[in-house]
Design a protein. Structure first.
Length: 289
């Protein structure tokens, strides 16, 4: 098939008053039209209501552990799956950040049903009439468990402060409910110890001590293991006790420990992804290493 000449096509189908051809330049609209096999009618069809794209909005918020003692706006945040489950918005999903925040984007106006879920928690759903960007927070009830969890092993972690995020690593041992071990923040070369108690309800209480580059210590503000036993979240504000501690040592910080993470040779974190499974969007970790 002979390739159409761009100039002759323009002469036949595009008003000269609206287009100028310059040497060495080709009008992109004509080329696109040629490639698509345009017909001989030079008129542009007016967009119809069927093809017009309507507004899209974002639902955002925070998902927290709804257990007593972790509420009051400071609910413990764990990686949960948030997704739209109504037919009009199916397939839209998001994994919460370690802060518990999520952003579910690209939702068309109208009725939308959103669920938040994680293993060991009751799935919570809400339906709303979406007319603009909307905030929806979830506090998920725990499914009761009573057996003693086991946190022994090596955990990669994210150390989070108000100024940034860095990798960390914890090596824990456990005897009964008693837990002890060491921790390390490689980028800062911080090293220390941790000791505490974990109970059947997955709460963790104890103390973290920093030994390098200075001496600092403080009890955990709170700690909680999720019910899949993949994430252990610890909050601490270290108090320097001796030596020259770096600026910001006493700032509050959160460690989000993940069994599937390891600190890499380049001082990053390599973790198994969180994958929504099925229509409920339950967060299921891949098989642990």
């Amino acid at each position: 098939m002979k390739t159409p000449d761009v100039r002759s096509f323009m002469d036949r189908h595009v008003p000269r008053s609206s287009v100028r051809l310059r040497t060495g330049r080709i009008v992109s609209a004509a080329v696109c039209c040629l490639a698509a096999g345009c017909g001989g009618d030079s008129r542009t069809a007016a967009p119809t209501s069927a093809t017009r794209v309507g507004p899209v909005y974002t639902v955002l918020g925070r998902v927290t552990d709804g257990a007593a003692g972790f509420g009051g706006g400071f609910g413990l945040s764990l990686p949960f799956v948030v997704q739209a489950i109504d037919p009009a918005h199916a397939g839209r999903s998001a994994i919460t950040r370690s802060s518990g925040e999520y952003f579910l984007e690209g939702l068309a106006a109208g009725s939308v049903t959103i669920s938040a879920s994680a293993e060991g928690y009751e799935t919570t759903m809400t339906t709303l009439a979406l007319t603009g960007n909307t905030r929806v927070d979830f506090a998920l009830p725990r499914i009761a468990k009573s057996e003693m969890p086991n946190v022994a092993g090596v955990w990669g972690a994210r150390m989070e402060t108000g100024s940034g995020v860095g990798p960390a690593e914890f090596t824990l041992t456990q005897t009964g409910s008693s837990v002890s071990g060491t921790w390390w923040v490689p980028i800062l070369e911080w090293r220390g110890t941790i000791a505490g108690t974990i109970n059947a309800e997955r709460t963790f209480t104890g103390t973290m001590n920093m030994q390098t580059p200075c001496s600092a210590s403080a009890p955990l503000t709170w700690g909680l293991l999720d019910y899949s036993e993949r994430w252990l979240t610890l909050s601490i504000a270290l108090v320097p006790t001796s030596g020259a501690c770096p600026s910001g040592t006493s700032n509050g910080r959160t460690f989000v420990l993940d069994r599937t993470c390891r600190v890499t040779s380049t001082l990053g974190l390599a973790c198994d992804p969180i994958r929504p499974t099925g229509s409920t969007g339950v967060a299921m970790p891949r098989q642990q290493r």
